[in-house]
Design a protein around this ligand. Sequence first.
Ligand SMILES: [Zn+2]
Length: 409
Amino acid sequence: MPETIQCDLLISGGLLLNTDTAELSPGSVAIKGDTIIAIEDVPSNYVPLRRIDASGLIVTPGIIDIHTHVAGSIRRPSPYVEDMMQDADTAGVHSGVTTVVDAGSCGITNIGGLVNHIIPNAKTRVLALLNVGSPGVNRIPEVTSALDIEHDAAVAAIQSRKDVIIGVKARMVSPGIAELGFDLPKAAKSIATEAGVRLMVHMGDTTGQSDQALNAAPRILAELLEEGDIVTHSFTAARGGLIADDKTLLPEAIDAQKRGVKFDIGVGGRNFSFDAAKRVLDGGLIPDTISSDVTLTSRYAGTAFSQMDSIGKVISLGFALEDALVMSCRKPAAVLGPEIERSLGCMAPGTHADLTLLRVHEGAFLFIDGDNNINHGPYALEPVSCIRAGQVMPIDYGPRPKGWLPESL
Ligand SMILES: [Zn+2]
């Protein structure tokens, strides 16, 4: 008789996602503390304190959403504007997402609230990108002139907490892009370079559709972004995105991806178009990662309801379920760095016990884009549970009147 090995949790009966091969196969996961200690054919001498029956479910490495807005409760109180930011755990563990990146909700004036109050109190792992505009999106637009960008203070803020502030975020929207043109992304890149972190650029001038955004786009891709930098909103139809005025993909995007620039989908309220998506894909660019850009507003009013909804939307464009899942765990983990890719992006003995359990519903689901166009998708994802650092987290009711699933035919 082999000796008994005690573990805390045994998840069995589900289909495990292999993120190397993008394949699903039956297997179990044994967890002790915050670490996976055995996987696939877990021997019968592993005796758990608690079992989870995952029959009918898919088990993935913890889902990672690299574009969210979770600075809820630290925005300026205003009689005019509701707090559009949500709570980190609503976008995170209670939605089946174990790691989120807050993508520029805060600039130097308010990043302290995120770092000192929200991040330590969240059950979700929260990382942050510093908005290049000092007010963050506490004031929209956050960049109206060069005075809103404070280089030295931004570098100092990042360097004070590089463990959680992992990059710079800059939105190529009016009036900032119309006023500053290419100097806007250049100023953001120079902060990122001096602080030694990555840059995420929001491409697509949703507010102004300006010529300056259009003209800056190929230069940002060709001259500015380096390996490890990120373009978000890859499927936007707004001017200054990846689609030129002639409706074709900018060739500079393909070259940038070859250099190691990462392309993120960042669904968002108005930054995702089925038509633009088809043009980007037809042009030969397959984005690296799926993210939601979810806010409190978009969670309930759409069109970025949740990361699960974002994955269903991408599948509706013709992606395989398994590939879309890899684009939501392994690939975003890789974007966050090789160490995170090894510890969070795959399931193996010794990796971190962050997992997501999903039920995949089959049907003809109605997914909606930022222009209210509808695309039919074959799958909708419902988070059933997630494990964060070995702890089982409850899932909430979901963003829609009927829970997690979109309407279906
Ligand atoms: Zn955003």
